[in-house]
Every structure is written in C-alpha cells, then in structure tokens.
Design a binder for this molecule. Structure first.
Ligand code: S3P
Length: 438
C-alpha cells in the first residue's frame, strides 16, 4: 500500500508491533549538510538525506542561489559547492516552508552575503519568534527587518560587514547558536557562543568535518571568520525524533518487540530514552557503530508497563522535540508525570503544551497545563477527535495514542507529517499500527 496524502487520519488499536523499522534520515543533519556543502569548495555527496518538505525547501533555496544540487536517487544529493563567496542573488523570495531550522540558520548565513534576500515561511513558521536570531545578528552588524513582534518574513540587507562577538545566549537553542556560527564564518575576528544548557552540536561537528577550525565543548563554540570549507561526504543517520514514535508505541502496546535500525544517538538528542527508562521501559541498544562521527545503534524495544515520573529539568534540551510523544507515554503510565522547564515548547511548530493538553483531555486524560510544562495523570485513553494544529509531531503522537485508546482517534490536519517523516503512515501500518485515511 502506498503512503496516502490524506489530511486526516483515523488511528485505532492495531496489532503488537513486531519486526524491524528503518526511519528516514535526520532532519537537523540534512539541513546542515546541504548548507555547508553549498558553501564548500568541491563536490560533496550526501547519503541518507531526509526527503521531507523542510529539508527539500532548504535544498531548493540553495538552488535558487545558484548552487547545483543533483538527485542521483531518493535520499541522495550531490552538491557542487559554490564556495563561501559563490552564492548568487536569488530571483525571488526564499521559501523555508514549515522549517524553523531552515529560516534561523539561513538568517545567519544570508546576513553576511553581498545581496539582499527575503526569507518567508508557511502559516506556522510565520508565527514563530525570530528576534532570538535578529537581535544577536544585529549586534554583529547584520541588517534584518521583520514584521511586528519579530515575525517572518525576514528582509535581510546584503553588503554588511559583520564583526565577530562573544554571545551569551539566553535560550538553549541550537538554531540560535548555529545562526551565530554561520554568520561568524563570514565575520571579522572571532565569534563565540555560550549556552545556558548544551544543545545539539551538529553545526560544530559538521563545520569541523568540512575542514573549519572550530573549538567546541558542550554549551560552548568558537570560530574565526574568513575560513574556507572543503567538500566532504556525509552519511546522515536515521532521525531519533522519528524513531521516538515507534519506541513509545512498542513500549506501550502489549506483546510488542520492535527493532529500529541504525538510529542516530547523539547524546544531545536522546533525553527521551533516559526518561522512558526511568519510567520502566525496556529499551536496549545493539550493533553500536559510528556513522561519520555520529553514534548510531539499533534500538530494540519490548513492551513494558510505565510509571509516571518527574522529568528531570536537565533532560529537557536533550528531548525538546519529544514532548508530544512523551505526553502520550505519560498518559498511559501508572501515576502522574510532571514536566517543567520546557517553556520553549510554546514556540515550536505549534504551542505544543496547549496542543497536547487539549488533545489528551479530549481522550479523557487529566492534564494540568502550566506555563513551562504540564502535569499529566496516567490512566486509560478513550477515543476522540484531535486537531493537530498542522504540527507533524502532534499528529504522529496521537497516531500512537490511537493504538492504546478504547475507541477510534480521529486526527485532523496531518499533511505536515511530510515535513519531517514522509511515509510515516505506511511504515506504521507495516509495523502493526491501526492507521487509515479518513
Ligand atoms: C533544531 C533545534 C531545536 C529543535 C528543532 C531542530 C536544530 O530547535 O527543536 O526541531 O536543527 O537546530 P531550537 O533551537 O529552537 O531549540
């Protein structure tokens, strides 16, 4: 059966989840691979590229700026780098689609170009805060205009001479850090970024793989401007955040035993594993390997009953994209789960605290919403109707909830699942999910 492009799903109890699942490539790494390969001297080959709407939008933006990107087959890209000084003025607006990563990283990269550019996005992205990048980039000398409240579209004026700064970031955000480092590549002197909590370090690791001299440790990065990038080949590991839906589903559905193949296990991404293990999950890592500097392993999950926990605040940045699915695990656990220190969830593709609280309540779950988290009472789920608010991770989290509910869960507005996980529905059905188009 092919993947359907339905806007709505019906999720119902399916079979125990068994066998093996290979989820698509990592979104964060795919964005960065195209960006750095485009700036490099020479030809870079990318394997495992995520064929999602977000990452394709980033590739299309570089094509608009004159970079030649070939597609020899699905999930592969051959990028003929333009060099740090080789991007060309784009003819039109650069459309980032749904991608906060695309827009924020590009704002840093484009702030230093000789030409003007405009970054726009879809309805959800047009509501997301950009002052967090505009302000520090302006301190480097960038000139970026936004709509009221610092919202997209961003109008970036070219021809500015940037100066490196020492930036103490008020938010734990890999996107902000990365925007600063990409601008810093083109700036005079050194640019350094210090974070309140360490975030994913893909930009730092990948700059290093492209031959850039960069110093970094958890929560800190520093580079000197004016360096060139040397083309390299990138193997993108499977996206942990996509695997997360299957990891939780196999934990929750009785009789399940599922193997997720070669999943990227960068420690800045795997907070969910620590949280689930503390809740009683049975998750084993096997066949550990290293793919281009990134740790990967098969993740083998067996059904286990869960108990509620207080999620340690220090885990929050390492599982920032996993709260929708963690909330489903919490709703099916025995006892109460408390999440705090996660106010960033309010400015993701949707307000994920509100979206999960509303959705879970309509399935009969007790949820107390707080400004920076929620208190979720575990118990039984009933059927109901969910508005995903166009947020891919909310839609997939409730597809998992449907495997446990004692009635059908109808999920509206699921088209954006294609931004991060094209083919989720088909893979889920193959693994045992009850999931169909409405
Ligand atoms: C990302 C960083 C995180 C994450 C997003 C991808 C990245 O966002 O939520 O899905 O690729 O750098 P923030 O930087 O806003 O925390």
């Amino acid at each position: 059966m092919t993947s359907f492009q339905s806007r709505d799903w019906i999720a119902t109890r399916g079979a125990a989840l068994r066998g093996e699942v290979a989820v698509p490539g990592d979104k964060s790494i795919s964005h960065r691979a195209v960006m750095l390969a485009a700036l490099a001297d020479g030809v870079s080959h990318i394997e495992g590229f995520l064929e999602g709407a977000d990452t394709r939008a980033t590739a299309a933006i570089f094509a608009q700026m004159g970079v030649r990107i070939e597609v020899p087959s699905a999930s592969r890209r051959v990028v003929r780098g333009a060099g740090v000084d080789g991007l060309r003025a784009p003819a039109g607006v650069l459309d980032c689609g749904n991608a906060g990563t695309g827009m924020r990283l590009l704002s840093g990269l484009l702030a230093a170009q000789s030409f003007d550019s405009v970054l726009a996005g879809d309805e959800s992205l047009s509501r997301r805060p950009m002052n967090r990048v505009i302000e520090p980039l302006s301190r480097m000398g960038a000139h970026i205009d936004a709509e009221d409240g610092g919202l997209p579209p961003l109008r970036i004026r070219g021809g500015q001479r940037l100066q490196g700064i020492d930036f103490e970031s008020p938010v734990a955000s890999a996107q902000v850090k990365s925007a600063m480092l990409l601008a810093g590549l083109f700036a005079r002197g050194e640019t350094s970024v210090r974070e309140p909590h360490p975030t994913r370090d893909y930009t730092e690791r990948m700059l290093s793989a492209f031959g850039v001299d960069i110093e970094h440790s958890p929560g800190f990065a520093r580079l000197r401007g004016g360096q060139r990038l040397r083309a390299t080949d990138i193997a993108v590991p499977a996206d942990f955040s996509s695997a997360a839906f299957f990891i939780v589903a196999a934990t929750l559905v009785p009789g399940s035993e599922l193997r997720l193949r070669a999943v990227g296990l960068n420690p800045r991404r795997t907070g969910l594993l620590a949280a689930l293990r503390a809740m009683g999950a049975d998750i084993v890592e096997e066949r550990a390997a290293n793919h281009g500097g990134e740790p990967v392993a098969d993740v083998v999950v067996r059904h286990a009953p869960l108990r509620g926990i207080e999620v340690p605040v220090e885990l929050v940045p390492d599982m920032i994209d996993e709260f929708p699915i963690l909330a489903v695990a919490a709703a099916c656990a025995q006892g109460t789960t408390v999440v705090r220190g996660a106010a960033e969830l309010r400015v993701k593709e949707s307000d994920r605290i509100a979206a999960m609280a509303t959705g879970l309540r309509s399935l009969g779950v007790r949820v107390e919403e707080r400004p920076d988290g929620a208190v979720i009472g575990g118990g039984a789920l009933r059927g109901g109707t969910i508005d995903s608010l166009g947020d891919h991770r909310i839609a997939m989290a409730f597809a998992v909830a449907g495997q446990l509910a004692d009635g059908a869960v109808a999920i509206d507005d699921v088209a954006n699942v294609a931004t991060s996980f094209p083919g989720f529905d088909e893979l889920a059905r193959q693994a045992g999910f009850g999931l169909r188009a409405r």
